[in-house]
Every structure is written in structure tokens, then in C-alpha cells.
Design a protein around this ligand. Structure first.
Ligand SMILES: [Zn+2]
Length: 56
């Protein structure tokens, strides 16, 4: 079960890495590649992250 989880996470990471879409929080100057991290950040800090396109 744990192994499967890790594999799924890895696969997701690779897919995210291939996409050039990211989210940037200008207040923290942080860039997020994972939408779930953006949601987490929004919940914690109440900051809105803007969608950006990352150069390759
Ligand atoms: Zn922030």
C-alpha cells in the first residue's frame, strides 16, 4: 500500500514537472507547482496565488 502511494506520488510529480503551469504567491514570493500546495497555502495564509507559466 505504501509502495503504491509512493509510486502514485512520483508519477504525479513527473506529470506536474512536465507541465509549465505554476502558481505564484506575490506576497511570499513563492512558486507552487502543485495545485494542492496552492490550496493548502491559501487555507493557511489566506493568500491568493496567481497562475503563471514557467519558462522551460
Ligand atoms: Zn503567500
Amino acid at each position: 500500500m505504501n509502495k503504491l502511494c509512493t509510486r502514485l506520488k512520483y508519477k504525479k510529480y513527473v506529470l506536474d514537472d512536465m507541465s509549465m503551469t505554476a502558481w505564484h504567491c506575490y506576497r511570499c514570493n513563492l512558486t507552487f507547482k502543485d495545485k494542492s500546495h496552492v490550496d493548502m497555502h491559501k487555507e493557511i495564509s489566506r493568500h491568493d496565488a496567481r497562475k503563471v507559466e514557467l519558462p522551460e
